[in-house]
Design a protein around this ligand. Structure first.
Ligand SMILES: Nc1ncnc2c1ncn2[C@@H]1O[C@H](COP(=O)(O)OP(=O)(O)OP(=O)(O)O)[C@@H](O)[C@H]1O
Length: 473
């Protein structure tokens, strides 16, 4: 079974769509899992997903079906990711945040405020012997740079990979959430820092991919064990056809970058779903910040859900079809056969025993150190080591591995490019060869003619070309 749950949500027709082509819609419901969509030529395509949320669907329905099981898992230390995908103006931000993140109307609340409530409810009902801490980081990927939405001075956060914790946002601000109200205030302040622009399709269009990362640590007081779950919510920037939206200048540059990273996401999904065993090991996660950040969600240790947001209007049928095809493909992704509980993030804290391989031990020591020290101390320590001639890069295991992988990826890419170039050079040479052979054949035929005939023919052709413009001698 696939680890990716894929649902589709159709928003109601917008005022503009109604004005432009009336109340027509291009979808026909079959049931809660199947529907037909018609393209511009009225050709019908049937799609099946885990659940279809039609125009009248409620925010609570989306949360309960798609998100709540993943929230429960995250509290039990199983990583989860929820991604909203779709054309610009299709309802991703509405589904994620609601009409406003601080919305008090229960019906209009989006996924995020419900996640906050869900997390705090889950931990309230858990055993007294377990102590939970919830932390939140918020970043956006804008023009291929990861920006910290809680601290705008951190405008180029690096994505790293740790053997124990998986994909990490190195140095991103983490806010401790002590209660739901504090969580909503934090979300609201982060959202206020997002890059928003006005496009023809959406008055308040997200020009970046926004990533909300909740970390839920649970410490069993009796066993002194720490487990950790990561819950990542992603509100992707919308794909758009620039020729249709009429984007220019900065909006055009943004749209190009957005489309490029979304196509990198498509490539990763293609590689994950149709790769032959030999190719399966080469998934191009490093082609964009977005795919790198979603590496765990797509091919790693995470339960994942995708919400494909679509307009039901015939004027957007081709964009909706492409969103649906993306979703249909994502349904075939199989993440880790066994999504596992993240045990013992800092286990045996008290007795200091460190098990595992040399790298894991090294990483645990670093983790323990960085937990105790603040960023300033870490910098001072680094400085001290450098002064003493002992250069120590605290991220060295990750960096070495990461750099090695980068080199491998780049080598594979350039080899593939070189093969492509060689292939087209061979094709060109084959074509030239054919032309030369034809010319040679013609010349031989001329030579074979009785003496003086070739000369005669050449003169005739010269004469004709004099009378017929454009004819070659
Ligand atoms: N299910 C829904 N019910 C009511 N209104 C909706 C719904 N979904 C979207 N809308 C409205 O449609 C408009 C566009 O939605 P939204 O901003 O969520 O799109 P988006 O997919 O996030 O776009 P972008 O990629 O440009 O940021 C908003 O005014 C939003 O309130």
């Amino acid at each position: 079974m696939s680890n990716v749950t894929v649902c589709v949500r159709f928003r109601p027709l917008s005022a503009k769509e109604k004005r432009d082509i009336g109340d027509n819609i291009c979808i026909q419901s079959i049931d809660s899992e199947n529907f037909i969509i018609k393209d511009e030529k009225e050709e019908g395509f049937t799609f099946s997903f885990d659940k279809i949320f039609y125009e009248e669907s409620k925010q609570a329905d989306v949360y309960e079906f798609l998100v709540l099981p993943i929230v429960r898992d995250a509290v039990n230390s199983i990583n989860g990711t929820i991604i909203a995908y779709g054309q610009t103006g299709a309802g991703k931000t509405y589904s994620m945040e609601g009409s406003n993140i601080l919305e008090s109307d229960e019906k209009k609340k989006g996924i995020l405020p419900r996640v906050v409530d869900g997390l705090f409810t889950c931990i309230k009902t858990s055993a007294d012997s377990t102590k939970y801490t919830i932390k939140l980081s918020m970043v956006e990927i804008y023009m291929e740079k990861v920006r910290d939405l809680f601290d705008l001075s951190k405008d180029n956060i690096q994505i790293k990979e740790s053997k124990i914790q998986g994909i990490l946002l190195s140095g991103a601000t983490e806010i401790s959430l002590s209660n739901p109200a504090k969580a909503l205030q934090s979300l609201s302040s982060g959202i206020a820092n997002r890059a928003i622009g006005e496009t023809q399709m959406n008055m308040a269009s997200s020009r970046s991919h926004c990533v909300y990362m909740f970390t839920i640590d649970q410490q069993s007081l009796s066993e002194k064990r720490v487990k950790s779950g990561k819950l990542v919510l992603v509100d992707l920037a919308g794909s758009e056809k620039v020729e249709k939206t009429g984007a220019e200048g900065r909006l055009l540059e943004e749209a190009k970058t957005i489309n490029k990273s979304l196509s990198a996401l498509g490539n990763v999904i293609n590689a994950l779903t149709c790769g032959t065993p030999a190719k399966a090991s080469h998934i191009p996660y490093r082609d964009s910040k977005l795919t790198r950040l979603l590496q765990d969600a797509l091919g790693g240790n995470s339960r994942s859900a995708l919400l494909c947001c679509c307009s039901p209007s015939p004027s957007n049928a081709s964009e909706s079809l492409s969103t649906l095809r993306f979703g249909a493909r994502a349904r075939h992704i199989k993440t880790s056969p066994l999504v596992k509980v993240n045990e013992d993030k800092g286990s045996d804290k008290k007795n200091g025993a460190l098990s595992g391989t040399r790298d894991e031990t090294f990483e645990k020591i670093l983790e323990k150190m960085s937990e105790r020290l603040n960023a300033e101390d870490v910098k001072l320590l680094e400085e001290l080591f450098i002064q003493a001639g002992l250069f120590v890069d605290l991220d060295s295991t990750d960096d070495l591995e990461s750099n090695f992988q980068d080199v491998v990826e780049q080598t594979i890419s350039s080899l593939m490019k070189a093969v492509e170039e060689l292939r087209s050079a061979v094709q060109m040479l084959q074509r030239e060869n054919m032309t030369l052979k034809e010319r040679l054949g013609a010349a031989e035929r001329l030579d074979a003619l009785p003496g003086g005939t070739a000369d005669f023919l050449q003169k005739i052709s010269g004469l004709l070309s004099y009378f017929i413009p454009g004819m070659q001698r």
